[in-house]
Design a protein around this ligand. Structure first.
Ligand code: SF4
Length: 87
């Protein structure tokens, strides 16, 4: 998947890895793409979107909570992004 490779190249050097469960990652990326069609931006599929870009700014993937969640739990809320150690 083109989006997977694009994001992997951009995020891995920053320490954000995709979950090694590829099937889960495909499903989550497909859901993000569906949200892009639905709202015009890739808002998080694990959260309730308002449908307004400004109000949803914090939940556009990668969301504003990813860094703190990865630091604390080793994964983002949806488990798409994880640390190397988590994998
Ligand atoms: S980084 Fe994870 S929790 Fe945040 S928007 Fe993306 S998939 Fe959802």
């Amino acid at each position: 998947m083109k989006l997977y490779e694009m994001l992997r190249k951009a995020q891995e050097p920053k320490g954000y890895h995709f979950n090694r469960d590829r099937e889960l990652v495909w499903d989550l990326l497909a859901a993000l793409l569906l949200n892009r069609e639905r709202y015009g931006y890739r808002c998080c599929h694990c959260r309730l979107a308002a449908g307004d870009r400004d109000r949803d700014r914090d939940i556009i993937c990668p969301c504003a909570y990813r860094e703190a969640d990865i630091r604390q739990y080793g994964s983002c809320y949806c488990n798409i992004y994880v640390t190397h150690a988590w994998n």
